[in-house]
Design a protein around this ligand. Structure first.
Ligand code: GAP
Length: 465
């Protein structure tokens, strides 16, 4: 077995319809990727597991789906207009722009905790050049929000932004949810949606992109008991970890908890923990957890003049709730799942690819095949089995191309956990085996014979593991 490379993953994703380059027939658009049929299925399965764990299974979480375009006052108040930036440095000859922290990392200099001036000094001291070998300019901040214009006129008053995080949609709806559902603290708002960042250097396939999807929770607590706030923070971290290991079945030894130093935290956070993951290109950020305090609600109260405080009926106290935010990048989770599940298995004859996806994540839960394509009675019985499973599970594949071995390889490559074959015994050639089929397990290669009437229960039991 080999280490998975990004080339292998990218090639598999294109070949089998998981992920394509954005606008590919026009030469692409940097930092954008399109999800094909199998990628959409995998992405939706991750979202469904997330929504179930963090919203449906809990009494204290409520869903939100806010507009991507928001009043620009939101982004002034949240601090994104002033502070949502990355350190940029320009090649003085080609005018190409680079992330200063990435250039330093590439020279084994750890940029964590560095100010702009520190980065500038480090670049000068080491005599760092651009990747094209030219002199670099001063390091400066680059705001990553995409600007757009609303309406028919384009002037200062029409400026808006594509949201760079889903979070603000939840802060600005805090009062609406309070007034309509009257939830008691602590409670959380959860949202899945697109966010946009004008990354200076999109890279590593879907890891760093300009159009991304986030799954975020803003969890509101009473700030007056610091120990209780810490307990909620740690509890949410444990839930994040369990989502990775129990739902997505990621390998625990590839998951790393990183406490973020004060200098490296986002402008709104007073405590941050990131989870990093061993991707094929190294250990990098997968998701985050931040204690945003009352930073956002206070900022929106000040800027909008609307009262966003909470009144505790029991203690008769009024206060602005604090917020703890678990945040997940959906594309990064998908990349972690794919890279962790991907294997190339070599034997004397061939090298074959297997995606060991958990059944709940796999784009297809099972594939149904007739042993021979040119025997109408096998095909008819196969279609009957296929349609009944498809009605129940939706995500069932049909494959009657090539020989059975080739069909198994094709399904292994896209992570289908079970292959069901209808043969002559199914039709009663051996009367003891009438209405039974073979079912092959992707990971062990073993086959067992089970009754058609038991197939749905068998598959359902595997989905719940
Ligand atoms: N609301 C908090 C927030 O947005 P963040 O650390 O900037 O925090 C949260 O982003 C998560 O979104 C990250 O942990 C990562 O998974 C994902 N993410 C951020 N920028 C990304 C990008 N350019 N491409 C892909 N995913 C990204």
């Amino acid at each position: 077995m080999n280490e998975t490379t990004m080339e292998q993953l990218i090639s598999l994703c294109k070949r089998r319809g998981f992920i394509f380059q954005g606008s590919e027939i026009y030469g692409g658009l940097a930092g954008t990727w399109d999800y094909g049929p199998l990628g959409v299925a995998l992405k939706k399965n991750i979202e469904t597991l997330w929504w179930k764990r963090f919203v449906l299974d809990r009494e204290d979480m409520f869903g939100i789906d806010a507009a991507i375009l928001m009043n620009p006052a939101v982004w002034n108040a949240s601090g994104h207009v002033g502070g949502f930036s990355d350190p940029l440095v320009e090649d003085m000859v080609t005018k190409k722009r680079y992330r200063a922290d990435h250039l330093l990392e590439a020279c084994d200099i750890d940029p964590r905790g560095m100010t702009l001036a520190d980065m500038d000094a480090a670049i000068k001291e080491k005599g760092l050049k651009s990747p094209d070998g030219n002199v670099l300019g001063e390091v400066r901040q680059f705001n990553m929000m995409f600007k757009t214009s609303i309406g028919a006129t384009e002037d200062e008053s029409s400026i808006s932004y594509l949201r760079p995080e889903t979070a603000q949609g939840m802060f600005v709806n805090f009062k609406n949810v309070m007034d309509s559902l009257h939830p008691k603290l602590p409670f959380g708002l959860a949202q899945i949606g697109k966010a946009f960042r004008n990354e200076i250097a999109p890279r590593d396939f879907i890891f760093r992109v300009r159009e991304l999807e986030q799954m975020e929770i803003e969890y509101f607590v009473n700030p007056n008991d610091a120990a209780a706030v810490d307990e909620v923070f740690d509890g949410l971290y444990n839930q994040q970890y369990q989502f990775l290991t129990d739902d997505l079945k990621l390998t625990p030894s590839k998951i790393h908890k990183i406490d973020i130093d004060a200098n490296d935290r986002a402008h709104y956070s007073s405590r941050s923990v990131d989870v990093e993951f061993d991707f094929p290109f190294g250990q990098k950020e997968l998701l985050g957890l931040a204690y945003r305090t009352d930073y956002d609600l206070k900022a929106h109260m000040d800027a909008s003049g609307v009262d966003l405080s909470y009144f505790d009926e029991e203690t008769k106290e009024r206060f602005v709730p604090h917020c703890i935010e678990p945040t997940f990048g959906l594309g990064r989770l998908l990349l972690a799942v794919l890279s962790d599940a991907h294997m190339e298995i070599k034997d004397e004859k061939e090298t074959r690819t297997v995606l060991r996806l958990a059944p709940a994540l796999a784009p297809f839960k099972a594939c149904v095949s007739p042993l021979l394509k040119n025997k109408p009675e096998l095909v008819a019985k196969g279609r009957e089995v296929f349609m009944s499973l498809k009605k129940k599970f939706g995500a069932i594949a049909w494959d009657d191309n090539g020989n059975i071995g080739k069909r198994y390889r094709r399904q292994d490559e896209i992570g289908t956990p079970y292959c069901i074959v209808i043969d002559f015994d199914t039709l009663g050639e051996n009367p003891d085996l009438l209405d039974t089929v073979t079912i092959r397990d992707r990971d062990t290669g073993t086959q067992e014979r089970i009754a058609i009437s038991e197939l749905a229960v068998f598959i359902q039991s595997k989905l719940e593991l």
